[in-house]
Design a protein around this ligand. Structure first.
Ligand SMILES: C[S@@+](CC[C@H](N)C(=O)[O-])C[C@H]1O[C@@H](n2cnc3c(N)ncnc32)[C@H](O)[C@@H]1O
Length: 233
């Protein structure tokens, strides 16, 4: 079990390298977009939806450069912590450097890991979220099972992927130019989020809402769900 107050994982031998490949490739992909990855309205809005409470242990899955991690760390108090899970060594390195200069650094742990295999103990976290990560996860069923395992009773989940294929997304044209074509058609995305909702329900989550919605004014695919708490029995 990891104690985020004690240590970080600076292990760089990532044998399950993220699809962006080498550190150089990750740098080329992410460094030009450092402003966007440092902090943005969607990540802030997701932290608001999670509503961190004092003393909670929280999980940012696919944390990137920590846009949501450091926002949440302000809100958990001295006894709380935020575990940032990030498989790409370059992103983890940025997280580590950012942490050094952050006043809440003792509340943040940056760990190597993936949604499908979380390096976190059972029943350890009060809430978990992922922003713009779902489309990277190759085995969503495994990720649902992992979330079920690591969340404590009463735990809550917020998963948000911006829908860059939606023409009214402010970055629709930019993303289309970058990727050359649309990521997929809307019907397909709708089915995928519905199916994800079914997986959460089957795994024992309640209040599962899987939908197309808007967060911070932009179109998203999102899922929110909770686990039964001790007082629900
Ligand atoms: C588009 S970035 C989003 C980063 C951050 N959540 C944000 O909103 O700024 C996607 C992130 O997901 C990470 N990632 C890729 N595959 C993953 C997986 N299977 N599990 C968790 N994170 C993953 C990538 O390394 C990358 O940092």
């Amino acid at each position: 079990m990891h104690d985020p107050h004690d240590h970080d994982d600076h292990h760089e031998h990532d044998h399950r390298m993220h699809q962006d490949g080498t550190t150089w490739q990750a740098m080329r992909t992410y460094l030009p977009r450092i402003r966007e990855f440092w902090s943005n309205d969607v990540n802030s809005a997701v932290v608001d939806l999670v509503a961190p409470d004092e003393g909670e242990t929280l999980l940012d899955i696919g944390a990137g450069m920590g846009a949501a991690t450091f926002d949440a760390a302000k809100r958990v108090g001295r006894k709380g912590s935020v575990i940032a899970i990030e498989p790409t060594p370059f992103m983890r390195r940025v997280l580590g450097i950012r942490k050094l200069g952050n006043r809440n650094r003792s509340r943040v742990a940056a760990l190597n890991g993936r949604a499908e295999e979380l390096p976190v103990g059972t029943d350890m976290v009060s809430a978990a979220w992922a922003v713009n990560v779902l489309h990277h996860v190759s085995d969503l069923d495994a990720a649902v099972i992992e979330l079920r395992r690591v969340l404590a009773p009463g735990g809550r989940v917020v998963l948000v992927d911006e829908d860059f294929d939606e023409p009214d997304h402010p970055r629709y044209e930019e993303m289309k130019a970058r990727h050359g074509q649309k990521h997929g058609d809307h019907e397909h995305l709708m089915i995928a989020i519905d199916e994800l909702g079914e997986s959460f329900t089957a795994a024992g989550f309640r209040d599962v809402a899987a939908r197309l919605d808007r967060v911070a004014g932009v179109p998203v695919r999102m899922l929110t769900a909770n686990l039964l708490g001790p007082s629900d029995a």
